[in-house]
Design a protein around this ligand. Sequence first.
Ligand SMILES: NC(=O)c1ccc[n+]([C@@H]2O[C@H](COP(=O)([O-])OP(=O)(O)OC[C@H]3O[C@@H](n4cnc5c(N)ncnc54)[C@H](O)[C@@H]3O)[C@@H](O)[C@H]2O)c1
Length: 398
Amino acid sequence: MLKICVIGLGYVGLPICLKLAKNFKTIGYDINSKRIDTLKRGVDLNNEFEKKEINIKNLKFSKKIEDLNSSNFYIICVPTPITNSKKPDLRYIDKSFNLLSKILKIGDIIVLESTVYPGVTRSFTKKLEKKTKLLNNHDFSTCYSPERINPGDKDRNLNNINKILAYEGNDEKVRRVITNVYKKISKKLIFSKSIREAETAKGIENIQRDLNIALFNEILMICNKLKLDFNEVVRLASTKWNFINFSPGLVGGHCLPVDPFYLTYIAKKRGYKSKVTLSGRSVNNYMKKYVINFTNFSIKTSKIKKNKIKICIVGLTYKYGVADTRNSQKIDILKYFKRRYKYTKGFDPFLKTTDNLKNHELKKYNFFLFLSKGPKFKKIADLVDKKKIIDPFFYYSN
Ligand SMILES: NC(=O)c1ccc[n+]([C@@H]2O[C@H](COP(=O)([O-])OP(=O)(O)OC[C@H]3O[C@@H](n4cnc5c(N)ncnc54)[C@H](O)[C@@H]3O)[C@@H](O)[C@H]2O)c1
């Protein structure tokens, strides 16, 4: 009988765990005690799931290794950040494989979902073979399935996102088991015989997006310098059949600011110094400064005295619709203005730690700085006096 264990219950692991628990006996394992304790009470601090979605009969949450002993299908969804010197930080994956080395049995299947650079799955599998004296694709099996989950996106969810499954073994029974499990997660599975290619594919998906947003951020800044209407420029260019449209903005989160450094790290190690892959990073990181300068200029031209400035910053999480503030430049912007103006409020309905912004409060502020694009914020933009709006990315201005 299949007993699934999902290791790491964050933005990726929890949704996978909840989906699988509807069909299989499942354990959700996390080293974070608070995460486990709250999930046991049916509370998702990431604000993605309700109590009734979390309380599933076949599902147990645990932080104890002993509880994993009887599992035979492990899915690893732990973080893959970068270090201060922007190198891949694989210590969470290392810890997960270390854990597996203590409990791995013949017949077990391991799937890595975390974003990595080509060769990572293989190198950890090799270490695992050494420690356990069990052979990969013989005594146990390894698979790589890059995750494309898009938190906060109601249209693209686990059900309808194509899911890549890379398995290099030849055991048809193992392939069937993996397929049957993942069929419960996603309707469309795409198979590959190469784990390294699947690892690379995941990386380039995010690199491409990071670069495209950077290009639009740069076009936006050029348009401002040349006093051109950015939205009109893009509207016109979009009428060409092969023009691809992106929205400028502040790039944050766990993926885009991180993943380019994974591929360039291994490329450099193999003797290729990347020229394009990281070029979006500096532009996208600069946008925080662009927003601050843009806002300071708008405030200055209003001629309102400094001690009379009351500013409300709308949109703080790294993107609209999520509670995640990791690598959010918007939080840095909020901190900057809090230091500068006594009366600065940050507002984001997706962040539980900020207060609500009631309609009658809107009059209190003389500036609203919009940092995210989405229907809830558009509603506010529609309600406030246009002269009060500071809209560095022209989301609501025309
Ligand atoms: N968040 C996204 O939108 C997204 C999308 C696609 C891919 N990814 C990738 O998926 C992976 C996970 O990302 P996330 O956003 O879910 O991270 P997260 O930080 O939200 O969750 C990770 C969880 O793993 C736990 N953890 C850390 N080390 C552990 C260990 N040794 N054993 C058990 N639990 C452990 C943490 O406590 C945390 O709860 C990353 O590689 C990320 O790049 C994320």
